[in-house]
Unconditional design. Structure first.
Length: 225
């Protein structure tokens, strides 16, 4: 008898469900997020499991990798594309897991790509770079706003990036307003240094990737701020 699995993954625990070809639940248990324990619980059923669905949550790497390394066929559910069955009066972790297993059995599960494990570090590193660029831009815009608000004079991004503490005091005086801007400026400079470090490390990683693997690039627009 074929079985269809789904794991509703949370931060500290997971609800694991296995259902048969008639959607009857043959196994259901809430387990702590312990890979060894989860694999032990699935082991008696493994030969009959057609696939296991894991939601594409923020913390799926360890679970998907662990299941795949033990020979399970894993499907990463695209949660944004899944519509809950509108006949349900309420939903909970059990019903969510059963619904995912049901969609897998019907062959209509919206799936996301399981990004290759060896390529995830550089992708996550570039995501971190994007986050730092946004933070740097936020600080730059804050400086622009403060200067315009207090002096009625606009100042462009290039000029802001080159400001020194002394120049800030010349523009705004030596009071609290200048201190606020110098704080933004210090944070910007720190972020710029970290962004440069990440870019250098990412470029090295990408050069080392084999031909045909995913590639990344950033252009002038992405260097804003």
């Amino acid at each position: 008898m074929k079985l269809y699995g789904a794991i509703d993954l949370h931060s500290t625990n997971s609800v694991t469900v296995l259902s048969d070809e008639q959607d009857n639940v043959v196994y259901r248990k809430r387990l702590p997020n312990d890979l060894k324990l989860i694999l032990e619980q699935l082991a008696p059923y493994q030969s009959r499991i057609e696939g296991i669905v894991v939601e594409s949550t923020y913390n799926w790497y360890w679970l998907v990798d662990g299941l795949m390394e033990q020979g399970h066929r894993v499907h990463l559910a695209n949660t944004a594309a899944i519509q809950q069955y509108n006949g349900l009066k309420y939903t909970d972790d059990d019903s969510d897991a059963r619904w995912l297993a049901h969609l897998l059995r019907l062959g209509v599960l919206p799936e996301g790509s399981i990004y290759p494990k060896q390529e995830r570090p550089v992708r996550d590193l570039l995501r971190k770079r994007s986050q730092l660029v946004r933070q740097r831009t936020t600080n730059l815009l804050s400086i622009q706003n403060v200067i315009v608000r207090n002096t009625r004079s606009s100042i462009n991004a290039t000029r802001i990036k080159g400001l020194t503490a002394e120049e800030v005091e010349n523009i705004l005086g030596q009071g609290d307003i200048a201190l606020a801007v110098k704080s933004n400026l210090s944070v910007m400079q720190c972020l710029s240094a970290e962004i440069a470090t990440i870019e250098a490390a990412s470029e090295m990683c990408l050069l080392q990737q084999s031909a045909g693997s995913a590639t990344y690039r950033w252009d002038g627009a992405d260097r804003r701020g």
